[in-house]
Write a protein that binds this ligand. Structure first.
Ligand code: ADP
Ligand code: MG
Length: 269
């Protein structure tokens, strides 16, 4: 005779609903049967179902964070060809995606390089790996976020909007260079950088390292202040490589049977 027979199992389901333990509710009958059959100590049964609940919660949390992160699909570290950017080591990126050394103190990551060099791909892949490692990330085109903050400011809710972004350990601002020069619009970006300084991290991708940033912020003093805050605690990765798209197109044109050359495709034209 099963030991659960004397217990009102329908009531257990109700109790577990009330306690919000959906995983235990789903798995306990299976483990109870096994425990009865194999004569588990009660503590082992309790530990087993509790661990299932915790593991499932962790999975769901990461799923939620993944949805919140709005990462572009398909841009992973696995699909990133590190040979194409010899100045960046995979080991360095793997240290970055552990997160602890920089996200906990609000340090920044700046990716520079010409268009097509893989900045957005690497930024998204780093974001994805960080989410999988338990961090909270938001990926956004810089112009989109600036526009939203601009709207918030018009509604006198800029501070609240910036505070809401605090829940993200890392804000990935893709394509800084394309922010409009409009004075009113760009100062929200400064407000954001200022608010996160030494507290919450920012990852910025940009085609130009600093030289052109005078075009991003409304005046030289603000540009200097923004750059100063961003680089104070920052890792800078320069990805000075030829466009990946262009190079892979050239390699396709060269056809099979030839070794895929990574070096200066110009000589192969
Ligand atoms: P950027 O943001 O620097 O302009 P992207 O990240 O958008 O460049 O890269 C352009 C395209 O080439 C994307 O489809 C990207 O996935 C791909 N790509 C760029 N670099 C690499 C790389 N090293 N490995 C794999 N794909 C890459
Ligand atoms: Mg890009």
């Amino acid at each position: 005779m099963s030991t659960t027979e004397s217990v009102d199992t329908a009531r257990i389901a109700l109790l577990l609903n009330e306690l919000r333990l959906p995983t235990i509710k789903a798995v306990w009958p299976r483990f109870a049967e096994q425990a009865d059959k194999e004569g588990w100590p009660a503590a082992r049964f309790l530990a087993t179902i509790a661990e299932h609940e915790i593991a499932e919660r962790g999975r769901r949390r990461i799923e939620r964070h993944l949805a919140d992160a709005r990462l572009p699909p398909g841009k992973t570290l696995d699909s990133f060809d590190f040979d194409a950017v010899p100045m960046i080591s995979k080991a360095q990126v793997m240290a970055i995606v552990a997160g602890d050394s920089w996200l906990s103190k609000g340090a920044n990551l700046l990716l520079f390089g010409p268009p097509g060099g893989g900045k957005s791909h690497l930024a998204a892949a780093i974001g994805l790996a960080l989410v999988e490692n338990g961090w909270r990330v938001l990926f956004t085109r810089t112009t989109d976020l600036v526009q939203k903050l601009q709207v918030a400011r018009r509604e006198l809710a800029l501070e609240a909007a910036i505070n809401r972004l605090d829940r993200f350990d890392l804000l990935i601002l893709d394509d800084l260079a394309y922010v409009s020069k409009d004075q009113a619009e760009t100062s929200v970006l400064f407000e954001l950088i200022n608010a996160r300084y030494e507290r919450r991290s920012i990852l910025i991708t940009a085609n130009q390292p600093f030289g052109e940033w005078g075009k991003v912020f409304p005046d030289p003093a603000m540009t200097l202040a923004a750059v100063d805050r961003l680089v104070h605690h920052a890792t800078i990765l320069e990805m000075n490589v030829e466009s990946y798209r262009r190079r892979t197109a050239l390699e396709r044109k060269r056809g099979p049977g030839r070794p895929p050359s990574r070096a200066t495709p110009k000589t192969a034209e």
